[in-house]
Design a protein around this ligand. Sequence first.
Ligand code: B1M
Length: 218
Amino acid sequence: MIDVEAFNRGLRELDTLPIENLVKEYLRQGVPAQMILSDGLIGAMGIVGQEFKAKELWVPEILLAARNMHKGIDVLKPVLLREDVPAKSIFVIGTVQGDIHDIGKNIVVIIMEAHGFNVVDLGVNVPTNAFVEAVAKHRPDIVGMSALLTTTMQEMKNVVVAVRNSTGDRAPKLIVGGAPVTQKFADEIGADGYGEDAISGVEVALKLLENSGGGTIS
Ligand code: B1M
């Protein structure tokens, strides 16, 4: 149903209009926003990633694809947010220190907001102490970390330990995700949950809230 090759071409254009128009056209046809995101934009970024790995594309082309992907997500965002769930729990998220990948994190943010979470986005390259400070300031129910590099995913353990040390038995639930992260790794570092993609991330977050009785930490 979705022509991933058309999205693939759109991600490589110098102009952002082709990808924006492509997303709008699928929306006009009534294709669900979630499907346009997963099968179109994320699917095409997967192709770009494979070519990057095979050294058929270089960093400037990846930056172009990342910019175009953000533009496509911008068009989808209001539609994804239309679920209109009342804000309930606080979710702090950031890409860990040393890592500037944010496309996946930004999708997680949109999906969490769409499910009614009050999201505090710390951005990218977030040091451990910034996670700790954000937890003290916002008292979230859940803290999410994203990492796209095998080197930076190790930072997640530091955050898990530091946040737990600073909050004791009032610690928020800690969930992790990102391309190199696995359930096994999440277990090894003592995280409470792992999301393979944005949707499973929100499912894990909701389950953790349910098991802990829900509500914000006061
Ligand atoms: Co980079 N990069 N990159 N890159 N980049 C990867 C990750 C890489 C796999 C490419 C490759 O070699 N095949 C590779 C990592 C290798 C490794 O560690 N094993 C790599 C590398 C090496 C690098 C640099 C070191 C390159 C260099 O400079 N020589 C450098 C590092 C910079 C840094 O961070 N310090 C670098 C830089 C960049 C760009 C800046 C050019 C750009 C990022 C732009 C941006 O994000 N604004 C970029 C990009 C775009 C990629 C690829 C091509 C695409 C990543 C992406 O956005 N995917 C990537 C190749 C790939 O992954 N196939 C690659 C789409 C996105 C929707 O998926 O982020 O996985 P993802 O998010 C998913 C899930 O993982 C999950 O949900 C999301 C939606 O479903 N998820 C969570 C993510 N976080 C979650 C959190 C959760 C739950 C789920 O709960 C909290």
